[in-house]
Structures are given as structure tokens and as C-alpha cells.
Design a protein around this ligand. Sequence first.
Ligand SMILES: N[C@@H](CCC(=O)N[C@@H](CS)C(=O)NCC(=O)O)C(=O)O
Length: 277
Amino acid sequence: MKVISQNTAFDGMQGVYAHESDACKCEMTFAVFVPPQAISEPRPVLWYLSGLTCTHANVMEKGEYRRLASELGLIIVCPDTSPRGNDVPDELTNWQMGKGAGFYLDATEKPWAEHYQMYSYITEELPSLISQHFRADMTRQGIFGHSMGGHGAMTIALKNPDRFKSCSAFAPIVQPSTADWSAPALEKYLGADRSTWRPYDACALVEDGARFPEFLIDQGKADSFLDNGLRPWLFEEATKGTDIGLRLRMHDRYDHSYYFISTFMDDHLKWHAERLR
Ligand SMILES: N[C@@H](CCC(=O)N[C@@H](CS)C(=O)NCC(=O)O)C(=O)O
């Protein structure tokens, strides 16, 4: 693992690191904030998965998580959203596919499958690296994210309920298999057989019996992607009649940006800290 940068912040350390990824077959960059309490004891790990077009840097620069993460003693891990590098296939004019749009899935179709293994990267390879290099209590992990990353967090929690104790999302896409901006990507990554998409669709996972105790979702009503992409009410419908708890908060005037995310960041950190105690 290579250190790209380390800066003291709120008595903790904001670092950026790079490593050769076996899963994605390229160099991957990620950010980790380590709170001051980790000097003396292992601390819980909270994963933040970013949305389309992002790298590890968007939330690190605009998410405003450090003050409270330092107080609560949370390690915050912010991975990249896709494989990177000249060898990695991409669609240069399509921001919803390829680099910056890995959808946290393991692709099976050519030419994507060779590098686009983001599900394995996030759930297997990176956790193992984090546990080796940081004072992380891997028995206490939570996961959250934004948009495509909110969807990634929810699907990963639903598939790994024993590993994660908490999950939340900002403006998540909840049913990517039926939204115009994500269905084409699922088809290219996973092929035309839609049954293979279901493990990467939060609503379909719940319909198919996956369970997670509870979710917090914040959504801005002025989000331009709300009606044709995100549609959190579909997850509300999918969870109705199940034992899944859903706290869905709709906010007047807020859009899809990091101004919205940073406004509600503290609420999410507290939500996770309470469940990772
Ligand atoms: N590039 C798209 C917008 C993509 C977008 O809004 N991405 C969200 C995640 S889905 C984001 O977090 N963007 C980066 C940022 O705001 O820093 C457009 O021009 O319409």
C-alpha cells in the first residue's frame, strides 16, 4: 500500500492511499479518516460509497464528516467508484457507464468483466487491506453512500447482514434495473438475462427474501434525479409488510449535491455510531 497523502484533521488523520488491486487488476486509490481514539484502541469502520462520476475525493473534500467522526471515534473509508487506468474499458461520452460508474457489481460480460469487479473489491479485498493497515474493529462495520453508492451500500448490507450492523443512504437509487439511467449499464455489465441483475437491485433483493434490520434514507425533493431515477418510494413499497425498518425522510428544497449530503452528514454518522457501539 502506497501513501499518497496524510494530513492531520480534528486530531485524527485524513489519508489517501493506493494499492495494486487483484480484484480490479489495476491500481486503486481510496481515502481513510482515522479518528484520534484509534491510537489506543481498535475503532468501528464506516464505509462510504460515492455516486456516479465520483472518486474517493468528492466526499473527502465536500462531505464534512471529519469533525463528528473524530468525536465519535469512527474510521471512515471512502473507496473509488470504479477501476481506473488506460487498460480499463470506458465509454468516454457516457457518465453512467465505465469509469466512475462501477455500480459496485462484479461484471460478467466482455469487455467489462476483467476489471469491473467492484463488489468483490469492496466486500473482500479492501476490507482485508483495511484490517491489516489500520486499527479497525472489523466486528463493528457500517455502510452508507450516495446515489449509485447509496444503492451499493443498501445492496451490500442486504447481502451481508452478518457483517454490517448499520446502513444508511443519501438519495439512493433503489431499483436500478428499471431506471433509464442505470438499466443500460446493468445490461452491459451483466448481460441481457435480467435474473442476474436481481442481486444488484435493492428492491429485487427484498422481494427475493434478503433482510437487513433497518435503513435511514434522506432524500431531497428538489433532486433532479428523483422521479426518473432514484424513486425511494419503491423501496418503501418493497419493505412494506416485512420486518425491515425504514426511516425515509423527504426534505423540501434540497437537491442531489454535496450541499445536501453535508447538511445531513451528522445525522448519518450518529445513526451509525449508535448501532456500532
Ligand atoms: N455529471 C452529471 C452529474 C453527476 C452527479 O450528479 N453525480 C453525483 C453522484 S450521482 C455526484 O456526487 N457528483 C459529484 C459531486 O457533486 O461532487 C451531470 O452532469 O448531470
